[in-house]
Design a protein around this ligand. Structure first.
Ligand SMILES: NC(=O)c1ccc[n+]([C@@H]2O[C@H](COP(=O)([O-])OP(=O)(O)OC[C@H]3O[C@@H](n4cnc5c(N)ncnc54)[C@H](OP(=O)(O)O)[C@@H]3O)[C@@H](O)[C@H]2O)c1
Length: 432
């Protein structure tokens, strides 16, 4: 496994997993261990990092047992705390890439991004918080560019499948793809499933602070992206989707924000025509609609007050109807869970001018994968890191703060994901 020729290839470690003792960090450690065993023996040099050595030792011991790899007990440990910038500096100087699993990112992320840029380490995270992701772009893009450092946020389930999925759909479409709707369905097994509460906290504080996202966006001073072709369909806040045969609601995560930033980048830097995008999630039958509306209204109301926010933080299971929990999903629950992200695109077939008439071609693609939060996310994060290390010539020409789609459009990331259980496929493409 060759390290990239960009900054950091000659450092002690190719990859440092920061926040390795967290719920997600532990699975990222296991995924890095698997990736290391795929390359020629011992060629991927990696370490774990976090604020508590004892907890990190336990993570390595557990991974050694779970993966039957006793050698994992001797993986190097770096002690670093977000509250101590000098410890971040020491950590970042040792790695080509830092995989940052310490969240919520709005509270802990910025010092890590800054330390990476200042110390020449590329940065990858699994953030799903648009305020943080867009804020880092505004604040650090020029600095990262000047230092030749890649800062690539949202490399987890939020938002590699959506962002690379649009890219894939575009690559399979013969003509000009102008609009895509995606529908996410998550299937759980008999044991059910849930999401660990750090993500719940990210949602609470992100929702409470949504006005600052609007003012942040104004600071970019962007002109609206041109609408190419017919405008994308407008749907209500819930509706029955014929496509996935379930009631659906708009997807509240970071996917639309990330995809839009990618489309803007491809339009501005590569003169590609932007794809309009909306994201939905299937919620099931009529009873789920009532439950979701009730939970959504209560969530919206409670995030407005500090006492409401603190109740939400303390009792995730109660207020999310079991979708989020302090304990996170069990191994059995994770093994029984899978996702399917379907993309329904339309556009203008080869030779037709998208500025005239209605779309005449449609396409459906799908991404299928294992449990999104703690199986698929480590896969997408680690494969993003391996791509960054191995394909420096296929990345954008300069460093900077990038979305996955803008950083990896020229790479083989999709092939790598296909080989690791996150599968992209074309369902059909036809004239309409
Ligand atoms: N994109 C996706 O689909 C996706 C999927 C999963 C998770 N995530 C995101 O990933 C983040 C982590 O989630 P999680 O469930 O793994 O959370 P978690 O279990 O609470 O883990 C947080 C980690 O941060 C560490 N940490 C906290 N404060 C620190 C500090 N001052 N210095 C250094 N390390 C510190 C913790 O260390 P200790 O162990 O020492 O406390 C722990 O390792 C969240 O933002 C979550 O939303 C995203």
């Amino acid at each position: 496994m060759a390290a990239g020729s960009r900054s950091g290839g000659d450092r002690p470690y190719h990859i440092i997993v920061f926040g390795a003792s967290g719920f997600t960090g532990r699975f990222v450690v296991e995924e890095v261990a698997r990736a290391a065993s795929e390359g020629p023996g011992g060629s991927l040099r990696w370490a774990v990092a976090g604020r508590n050595r004892h907890r990190l030792e336990r993570v390595l011991q557990q991974a050694a047992v779970d993966l039957s790899k006793p050698e994992l007990k001797s993986v190097e440990i770096i002690v670093a705390d977000v509250a101590h910038p000098e410890s971040l500096e020491i950590m970042c100087k040792q790695g080509a890439i830092v995989l940052n699993c310490v969240g919520p990112y709005r509270f802990y992320g910025e010092p890590v991004v800054k330390a990476c840029i200042e110390n020449g380490a590329h940065y990858i995270d699994i953030c799903g918080e648009p305020q943080f992701l867009e804020g880092m772009q505004l604040k650090f893009h020029s600095k990262a560019e000047a230092e030749g450092v890649f800062v690539i946020g949202s490399c987890g389930f939020d938002s590699i499948p959506a962002d690379m999925g649009i890219f894939y759909t575009k690559s399979q479409f013969k003509g000009t793809l102008t609009a895509v709707e995606s529908f996410l369905t998550v299937n759980t097994g008999p044991e059910g499933g849930c999401i660990h509460d750090a993500t719940w906290q990210s949602a609470i504080f992100g929702f409470a602070d949504s006005t600052s996202l609007r003012s942040l966006r104004k600071k970019f001073g962007h002109k609206p992206l041109p609408v190419v072709g017919a405008a994308i369909k407008k749907r209500g806040s819930f509706f029955y989707s014929k496509e996935i045969r379930q009631y659906s609601i708009p997807f509240m995560g970071s996917d639309p924000s990330v995809v839009k930033r990618t489309q803007r980048y491809l339009h501005q830097e590569h003169q590609q025509s932007p794809v309009q995008y909306t994201a939905y999630v299937g919620i099931g039958g009529a009873f789920s609609v009532v439950k979701t509306l009730f939970a959504g209204l209560m969530f919206w109301f409670m995030t407005k007050f500090s006492i409401g926010r603190s109740l939400l933080v303390q009792f995730p299971e109660v207020f999310s109807f079991g979708v989020f929990s302090k304990a996170g999903p069990s191994k059995k629950q994770m093994e029984g869970t899978s996702f399917c992200l379907s993309f329904f695109g339309e556009g203008y077939s080869d030779g037709r001018d998208p500025s005239h008439g209605k779309p005449d071609a449609a396409i459906t693609t799908q991404i299928k994968g294992p449990e999104p939060g703690y199986i698929a996310t480590p896969i997408t994060m680690v494969q993003a890191a391996i791509t960054l290390l191995n394909e420096p010539q296929s990345l954008p020409k300069t460093g900077g703060v990038y979305t996955p789609g803008s950083a990896f459009a020229g790479t083989t990331l999709i092939d790598r994901l296909n080989k690791h259980g996150v599968q992209f496929c074309l369902i059909n493409a036809q004239k309409t």
